[in-house]
Design a protein around this ligand. Sequence first.
Ligand SMILES: Nc1ncnc2c1ncn2[C@@H]1O[C@H](COP(=O)(O)OP(=O)(O)OP(=O)(O)O)[C@@H](O)[C@H]1O
Length: 259
Amino acid sequence: MSTRLAELKDISIQFGDRPLLEHINMSLHQGEIVTLIGPNGSGKSTLIRTLLGLQSPTTGDVIRHATLRIGYMPQKLHIDPTLPLTVRHFLGLVRGVDKRDIRPALEKVGIPHLEQAQVQVLSGGETQRLLLARALLNKPNLLVLDEPVQGVDVNGQVELYHLIASIRDELNCGVLMISHDLHLVMAQTDTVVCINQHVCCSGSPQHVKGHPAYQALFGVPGAEDSIAIYAHSHDHVHDDSGEVVEEGHVHSASCQHHH
Ligand SMILES: Nc1ncnc2c1ncn2[C@@H]1O[C@H](COP(=O)(O)OP(=O)(O)OP(=O)(O)O)[C@@H](O)[C@H]1O
């Protein structure tokens, strides 16, 4: 059994009187890649922010192992476009960074040739690699990646997921990441957690892909017409057969949370 790094225990989050997350349980281990998947606005980033301590849960606990060191890759790079800033300088801004670690981090993510490039001119894929390099500078044992393949074409996404898996192999770190495409990420993930307010289903990618709750949200593989990942409207919820339920969440035997 690998070392447990962190645990989310019965996390619920409410904004005003709107419940966003309900009774989420999740564990993160050394050497394991966990992928969070769920519709837009389902609370994935909020859950990650809760793990990071940036968001307080309404109820529930975040348990962090004493040795936990998180390397966080945010969803977006916010940089003033008029500010001249090289890749090397950008990484040098990380608090407590040892400048000797910059070059190896860039090598690890495959962009050492961009050390002197301006960050504003990087392509989508290069920008994501830079953010990944920054997350690695802290010598983390848990990488937390909020949509690491954002703004990258399909081939680039596959490459990035391979890169993340090879970094996991090399560092034996844990990884928690958000993805929008189970099919692209499934070869490089150990565990998938599908959330839509609560944990709809979780387990191996194969298990989740075949689960009715996943299929209700993302469509049945092969039935192209029913795939509606981005067109999905969330003013309603589904039960596990995919039926639309007007109000509230309907519990069923496949729900993996406490009733
Ligand atoms: N501090 C906050 N106060 C009020 N509402 C918030 C707060 N933080 C997040 N929300 C709301 O919670 C919802 C979920 O946001 P979140 O970014 O966690 O979803 P997500 O699953 O990561 O979405 P996406 O896939 O679109 O990135 C959004 O409607 C957001 O506006």
